[in-house]
Design a protein around this ligand. Structure first.
Ligand code: BT5
Length: 266
């Protein structure tokens, strides 16, 4: 199974009506999120996807570096839903759920969702989601959902040492390579069916399914970010996507996704 993406196979048999009707492919870009933003500014329709084999400046949240060698699946989707800016976080949960379900359905992997934007396999990050939007006043113009899946990657050879303990890949978990095109199409199809459900029924059914994968709920966790460090029990995630932390003194605190990171104490 090669590490290259066969561009002619990306749409072959794709059963979507919105997501991936228009796909832009490049061997190498800076960041597919930046590329998708450029396309959105040029009025690219909702569902347009930008995908690249490698990213030279792949980004995580707060401008953190996202390692994106050939063999991974790095792509971004343009959404134009009628949502208020603070509601767009819901699409990040939707994308995490889509990845968790797809990796389970296609490969039988025991996936977990980790608040706010990770999918884990064997307790390690196999996928990260980056959600960025453009707003004009209180109006949201578009959201870019960037999805990075470590697919056919050799973690020990291709990732820096500091990620060996925290990152994994589908190849590592399965002991074999997978078809990048098949995974890509399955992800777009899952994203579309969940997005349609979201538009029709709202966020709660999506959140409930996401929670079905959230094995960190009920665990002791540490939340870091913005110079803040909180410790407590992750008791729930509410309808706004906020984490409900039960603190040692018995009080509860709602923590918003923003730029925080969660460490699970297993
Ligand atoms: C994320 O950020 O997890 C969001 C990653 C989104 C990547 C996609 S790829 C397509 C699109 N285009 C982009 O430029 N980005 C999106 P965050 O929660 O901030 O996690 C970043 C941290 O994860 C880094 O500081 C590293 O510690 C770690 N990391 C970097 N590369 C990784 C990788 N490939 N796999 C697992 N962990 C990684």
């Amino acid at each position: 199974m090669p590490k290259c993406i066969k561009v002619e196979k990306l749409q072959e048999g794709l059963k979507t009506r919105l997501i991936g009707k228009c796909i832009f492919f490049a061997h190498e870009v800076g960041s597919t999120n930046d590329w998708a933003k450029e396309l959105a500014e040029l009025d690219a329709p909702e569902g347009t996807v930008a995908i690249a084999e490698t990213q030279t400046s792949g980004r995580g949240r707060l401008g953190r570096k996202w390692i994106s060698p050939k063999g991974g699946l790095w792509f971004s989707i343009i959404f134009r839903p009628k949502l208020k800016p603070h509601e767009t976080v819901k699409l990040m949960f939707l994308a995490c759920l889509a990845v968790a379900e797809t990796l389970r359905d296609l490969y039988g992997l025991k996936t977990e969702t980790k608040w706010p934007n990770d999918v884990l396999v064997d307790g390690r990050k196999v996928c990260g989601i980056l959600s960025e939007m453009k707003t004009v006043g209180e109006k949201m113009e578009y959201v870019i959902i960037g999805i990075g899946v470590n697919a056919n990657l050799d973690v020990e050879k291709e990732f820096p040492k500091e990620l060996w303990e925290t990152a994994t890949s589908i190849q590592k978990a399965l002991g074999r390579k997978i078809s990048l095109e098949e995974l890509f199409k399955a992800l777009l199809e899952k994203m579309e069916s969940l997005y349609r459900q979201f538009l029709k029924e709202g966020f709660m059914p999506i959140l409930e399914k996401w929670k079905g994968y959230a094995s960190f709920l009920g665990c002791e966790v540490e939340v870091h970010g913005d110079g803040e460090r909180l410790e407590g029990t992750a008791s729930n995630v509410d309808e706004d996507g906020a984490l409900i932390l039960k603190l040692k003194d018995g009080s509860t605190k709602r923590v918003f996704a923003g730029d925080l990171s969660l460490k699970i104490k297993r």
